[in-house]
Design a protein around this ligand. Structure first.
Ligand SMILES: NC(=O)c1ccc[n+]([C@@H]2O[C@H](COP(=O)([O-])OP(=O)(O)OC[C@H]3O[C@@H](n4cnc5c(N)ncnc54)[C@H](O)[C@@H]3O)[C@@H](O)[C@H]2O)c1
Length: 268
């Protein structure tokens, strides 16, 4: 276990926070006593609206997490304006559609789900190491522990996010930097609003609310836990996958066949 992370009085940054899980997390961090939470996302109008909604301890900043220069500039500006960043929640994510995906889907997923975390760590970790403290939370997904049957780019790049988080947690602990990795299954947000009833994620279990995800994050930060599993059943699925990979793949094939049979019967 890592050291517990204490939220009151901290400065936190949440990316992809104009809505969904990021906004719920920002709200929960403020309720927990964070001194300042910087809401970041792509669209300046959405960012400003979210920051205003959260009140005077919230600030907004629009930038693209997949643009390394923009991330480095944001880190420098936030630390200049608000002091050291204690907690960075690298949460932005994209859904690029069903199937194996074209090069554009792979490129975008790779940049947002993997390189964005690398860029943030490059800019932030030397600063945190110098101070001997800081926490980095990566929003991956249960897709990164198991698989996500709908989208290959999503599943593979979320596996990358989990692997990167583990690497960072191992290599930077001695600098006083702790890392955790958030791996929800389905959550009711804009990203999943258009999911058909036949979506593998929807059929894989109940969608929970973003507030429940934020609650799990705060509990895991308090406990100093690496893996944040808002759907506790994901731990059992992961154990079964590790215990017998062939059996697990066979089970997933059967699940996929059922989904396809359901779609065909409905004429989707
Ligand atoms: N909703 C789910 O079922 C679910 C499950 C597991 C993991 N996740 C992950 O949770 C995170 C949050 O997703 P959400 O469900 O709240 O969806 P969401 O669409 O509400 O939020 C994602 C946010 O990321 C922002 N974003 C996308 N690309 C960006 C970029 N290049 N730079 C800056 N911001 C960018 C979007 O504008 C959006 O506001 C994502 O990483 C997603 O993959 C979601």
């Amino acid at each position: 276990m890592a050291e517990p992370f204490s939220i009151p009085g901290t400065t936190a940054v949440v990316t992809g926070a104009a809505g969904g899980i990021g906004l719920a997390l920002a709200r929960r961090l403020l309720r927990e006593g964070a001194a300042r939470v910087v809401i970041t996302d792509l669209d300046p109008g959405r960012v400003a609206a979210a920051a205003e909604e959260l009140g005077e301890r919230a600030r907004g900043m629009a930038f693209d997490v997949s643009d390394e220069a923009a991330v480095a500039d944001a880190v420098a500006r936030i630390e200049q304006d608000h002091g050291p960043v204690d907690l960075w929640c690298s949460n932005a994510g994209v859904a690029t559609g069903d199937g194996l995906g074209d090069d554009a889907a792979w490129d975008l997923s790779w940049r947002v789900h993997v390189m964005a975390h690398v860029y943030a760590a490059r800019a932030l970790f030397p600063r945190m190491a110098e101070r001997g403290s800081g926490h980095f939370l990566v929003t991956a997904s249960a897709a990164g522990l198991l698989t996500q049957l709908d989208s290959a780019p999503y599943s593979a790049t979320k596996h990358g996010a989990v692997a990167l988080s583990e690497w960072l947690a191992i290599r930077h602990a001695d600098e006083g930097i702790s890392v955790s990795c958030l791996c929800p299954q389905g959550v009711s947000t804009d990203m999943t609003a258009g999911d058909a009833g036949t979506s593998a994620t929807r059929l894989g279990g109940e969608y929970i609310d973003p507030q429940d995800v934020a609650e799990s994050v705060v509990a895991a930060l308090h406990a100093g836990r690496f893996l944040v599993l808002p759907h506790p059943e994901a731990a059992g699925f992961e154990q079964r996958r590790a215990a017998d990979r062939d059996r697990w793949i066979e089970g997933m094939r059967r699940a996929w066949a059922k989904i396809r049979a359901g779609s065909t019967a409905r004429g989707d």
